[in-house]
Design a protein around this ligand. Structure first.
Ligand code: 5GP
Ligand code: 5GP
Length: 229
């Protein structure tokens, strides 16, 4: 009888314990994608773009977002409607955000709508690790640290409208940051494949770059254009 009770107890433990872990991890995440966009490739598409109200951004990569992700390639989104974007919590960062996280969507805006979207869709899903101020501060720090344009130009890859091999683009970013990037392409107004966004991965405590556990889907050509801006 005792043996039966112990067995039943053990079986329920085996069944219950993993589901408790699964429940907590399904609300969490495994790593971040840190995504930067090339403004020339956002603007030269058929859809075109609008400069922010503060004027034409610098010819440099801009931040798109810091996106919590799961190792299986899926991701959580819009995790907490009780924590809306609050620009008063990031007033010390706004001038740097205007320079480093400019909005190019139409109609022209200050950037607030873009930052609000990124916080609400993605940032609210990483609050177990970083709060709103840390979310934006971490992203600004990563942009500076990765210096993508510096990595590319050092390798002779310039935003001059010429085509470069995808391998050389990847290789130069790997050589400079130490980590393999994922390159996303889009098409210019004439249909040519071009360098649009660069994904790097960040560990789940947001302390530094890691090799990506999984890459997004999609494909560039072997040679891609690097348009001017
Ligand atoms: P698209 O469909 O244009 O690739 O992506 C649209 C939006 O979905 C992105 O801007 C981003 O907010 C989200 N998204 C797309 N792919 C991923 C991904 O692999 N991970 C995460 N976390 N978000 C993604
Ligand atoms: P995601 O693709 O991150 O889910 O959503 C991007 C949202 O931010 C879209 O609604 C898009 O219109 C808006 N947005 C505003 N400015 C920009 C920008 O400069 N680049 C991109 N990719 N989206 C922007």
């Amino acid at each position: 009888m005792k043996l039966l009770q112990v067995t039943v107890c053990l079986i329920s433990l085996i069944l219950v314990v993993p589901s408790v872990f699964a429940a907590s991890s399904s609300e969490d995440f495994d790593f971040f994608y840190f995504v930067q966009q090339w403004p020339g490739s956002y603007c030269d598409t058929q859809k075109s773009c609008c400069y922010p109200t503060s004027g034409k951004p610098a010819a440099d990569f801009g931040i798109h977002g810091l996106w919590p992700n799961y190792k299986d390639g899926t991701y959580p989104s819009n995790c907490d409607a009780t924590k809306p974007f609050d620009s008063s919590t990031i007033s010390d960062l706004v001038s740097s955000m205007k320079r480093n996280w400019p909005t190019l969507a139409c109609p022209s805006g200050s950037g607030e709508a873009f930052w609000e979207h990124e916080w609400e869709k993605h940032g609210t899903c990483s609050q177990s690790v970083i709060n709103q101020h840390e979310y934006f501060q971490t992203s600004l720090g990563l942009k500076q640290k990765t210096n993508l344009l510096g990595a590319l130009t050092k390798a002779g890859i310039n935003p001059d409208g010429n085509s470069y091999s995808l391998e050389s683009i990847r290789g130069s970013i790997k050589a400079s940051t130490g980590f393999t990037p994922w390159i996303e392409c889009n098409r210019d107004g004439s249909g040519n494949s071009q360098l649009y966004q660069v994904y790097l991965c960040v560990d789940r405590s947001a302390s530094g770059l890691i090799e990506c556990p999984v890459f997004p889907h999609g494909k560039c050509g072997a040679q891609i254009e690097f348009p001017s801006f």
